[in-house]
Write a new protein. Structure first.
Length: 238
């Protein structure tokens, strides 16, 4: 099985917003990512709209032809947005509004009631759901009980320790992936995945369905160009 590549285009919006105009053109970049082979587009609209704006999400909905994945904390405003847009997938992340980036997975025990309610609302609209979790089998067991289709493993610790000792870095993720398989729950992954660490992750986690990658991919595109960058990421996933 080959995991699918969803390109997170938040960073493209960050560059655009730096000057207030429309350069780079987020919509064109999303179209080009798809043209170059990406199998999905991911965005993470935040309450302060510091990168992806709520209007961007409506504009993207009109042109994304692959999988559209919207990540975020399920605030009232976020839920209104995603229930209106009906993307392919909504990935729920627990980060507070001021967080620089997602920095932890959900505690699916403490938040089970809340998540179950949110997942129910999304699934009633036919939207696939994913819950962002740390590589902890207990969190996956309890995620399953919310009714979610998938979990997304938070890969920051894997990426941080990959170069020092990749066997140790992947160990918790292998255990978590086995638990996801046992629970019959789909498995996504993301955060700090890159051309350096992606292939080994995919090799060690055979039930991986999708990765969402933003920061490193956009940085690589500065040197390699977007088309060549996407080609190389897809090759890592072969
Ligand atoms: N998955 C989630 C839930 C995220 O919040 C992010 C960052 O927006 C990513 C994946 C992608 O992480 P990165 O930009 O490090 O590739």
């Amino acid at each position: 099985m080959t995991a699918r590549l969803s390109v997170n285009i938040n960073k493209v919006a960050t560059i655009r917003n730096a000057r207030g105009g429309n350069l780079p053109d987020l919509i064109q970049v999303a179209k080009d990512c798809e043209r170059f082979g990406a199998q999905g587009i991911t965005v993470h609209p935040r309450p302060d709209e510091r990168h992806i704006r709520y209007q961007d999400v409506y504009d993207l909905k009109k042109i994304v032809t692959t999988e559209f994945n919207i990540e975020g904390y399920p605030s009232e405003r976020f839920m209104q947005l995603v229930l209106d847009i009906e993307p392919t997938q909504v990935t729920l992340v627990p980060d507070p509004p001021e967080a620089l980036t997602s920095n932890a997975g959900w505690d699916t025990i403490r938040n089970k009631g809340f998540l179950t309610d949110i997942i129910g609302q999304l699934k009633a609209k036919g939207i696939r759901t994913s819950i962002f979790v740390d590589a902890n089998p207990e969190m996956i067991v309890h995620a399953k009980e919310t009714g979610t289709d998938r979990v997304e493993l938070y890969t920051e610790s894997y990426a941080a320790h990959y170069l020092a000792d990749r066997e140790a870095a992947i160990a918790d993720f292998v255990v978590a992936a086995q638990e996801a398989k046992r629970q019959n729950i789909g498995l996504n992954a993301g955060h700090d995945l890159s051309l350096v660490n992606l292939r080994y992750f995919q090799e060690q986690i055979p039930n991986l369905l999708e990765v969402s990658i933003g920061h490193a991919l956009i940085c690589d595109a500065l040197y390699l160009g977007l088309q060549e960058t996407i080609r190389q990421y897809l090759q890592q996933l072969q």
